[in-house]
Ligand binder design. Structure first.
Ligand code: PMP
Length: 404
């Protein structure tokens, strides 16, 4: 977090730039020199990033004859990638048409575009509690007022949403949700709640910002239709997607699927922002998709992430069975741990770091700091043996904190 420079003529909206505890952990951990088991960032397993295939694609697509790959390109996205993306989505629940697709710089730019197009200062924006606070921070950067609605094992609590909106006496302009393998809880919104959420959004005329980066990483249970699919092309559903979790986050390539009537506005917004998404990165992703690598890659990843989740749950049972409970996601990257006796997870963090394990404290997922005794663990980035070591370290840190 930064303090605002007092002497500069900053725009009022600069006070809404709240930063990201989640992202700041990347720099914090980069500066540590001792051995740390890293459960903090939501990164894919380093071994799962297909570096060999990507570098082979790069050698061709970005080689000496590929000067055009380093030029400016179409704002809506490189045609090679849009074509490959359309084929990838064909036959999935997110099948779509090219006039709905805009390539973005990761999922974050999709969230920014959604808020840029729909959120005025003072507008009410619903966020989940806990939520992915980089999403709520985007709404705050457009001076939204947030309404935090609880999430339970079946996702966003739509009964509570309805009653909180009634109590607020005004309808939300937007509803921001991560419906599948939510970040941070790992929960997925039930089918019934998905339908009810869309009904409420239609009744209120609210845009649903459907942020679903983990949906393709299901390793257990039955697939659920996405909000995009259930919306059947409803212009109120604005879907944000990314290759960060399924290929590699450093590429910064994602896409939005939005009503065709927004197409030109999205282009205009991007033209006032970054003109075009990074073209070499788009070519790498296009080559990966066109080469038919994604499906096999996902099969391997899903199996490995299941192994890692099970290892983490077994270690939690061994070391935390007496003092905490945790979620049981059917996909994605995260477990959410809630202490039954108060353990202040922000105070625990430096102790855990010294002990050699990192996580994100629960309050980092709550604009109103509602989760002081919870924490998020990413199981995806760490192999099972190291997971077991990290969870044992975490328990030692809890005991040390209690003894202080
Ligand atoms: N939404 C959610 C729920 C996420 O977990 C993330 C990444 N942590 C993003 C959006 C941002 O994705 P990207 O890195 O592609 O910007």
């Amino acid at each position: 977090m930064t303090t605002q420079p007092q002497t500069l003529p900053l725009a009022e909206r600069a006070s809404g730039l709240v930063g990201s505890v989640i992202d700041s952990s990347t720099s914090l951990l980069a500066s540590q020199t001792h051995d740390i088991v890293r459960f903090a960032m939501g990164s894919p397993a380093a071994e799962a990033v297909p570096t060999q295939i990507l570098s082979e694609i790069g050698a061709q697509a970005l080689g000496p004859d590929a000067a055009d790959a380093f030029d400016y390109a179409a704002t809506e996205g490189d045609p090679a990638l849009r074509e490959a993306l359309l084929s990838m989505l064909e036959g999935t629940s997110d099948a779509t048409t090219s006039d709905r697709l805009t390539i973005t710089s990761g999922g974050m730019q999709g969230l920014d575009l959604a808020c840029k197009l729909f959120v005025d200062p003072g507008d009410l924006v619903v966020v989940e509690s806990p939520t992915y606070t980089n999403g709520s921070a985007t709404a705050l950067s457009y001076q939204a007022e947030l309404l935090e609605v609880p999430v339970d094992h079946a996702g966003l609590d739509v009964d509570s949403l309805e009653s909180q909106v009634e109590a607020a006496g005004r309808t939300p302009k937007a509803i921001y949700t991560v419906p599948t393998f939510q970040n941070p809880s790992g929960a997925s919104m039930s089918l019934e709640r998905r339908h009810r959420l869309l009904d409420l959004a239609r009744r209120w005329g609210s845009v649903v910002i459907d942020d679903d980066p983990y949906g393709m990483l299901r390793f257990a249970g039955e697939p659920l239709p996405t909000l995009r699919e259930l919306g059947g092309g409803d212009p109120l559903v604005f879907s944000v997607r990314t290759f960060s979790k399924i290929v590699a986050p450093g590429l910064r390539v994602g896409w939005v699927d939005a009503a065709p009537e927004l197409g030109q506005l999205l282009i205009n917004a991007k033209q006032a922002m970054d003109t075009c998404t990074n073209l070499p990165a788009q070519r790498l992703v296009a080559g990966f998709l066109a080469g038919g690598h994604l499906e096999e890659h996902l099969v391997t990843q899903r199996a490995e992430y299941l192994r890692r989740k099970v290892a983490m749950q077994e270690s939690l049972t061994e070391h935390f069975g007496d003092i905490a409970r945790w979620t049981d996601p059917e996909g994605g990257f995260f477990l959410w741990v809630s202490f039954e006796q108060p353990v202040l997870t922000e105070a625990l963090f430096p102790v855990a770091l010294a002990e050699g394990v990192a996580y994100i404290p629960g309050n980092a997922f709550s604009p109103s700091q509602a989760f002081p005794h919870d924490l998020r663990l990413c199981f995806a980035s760490t192999p099972p043996d190291r997971i077991r070591e990290g969870v044992a370290r975490l328990r030692r840190a809890v005991d040390q904190l209690a003894a202080q």
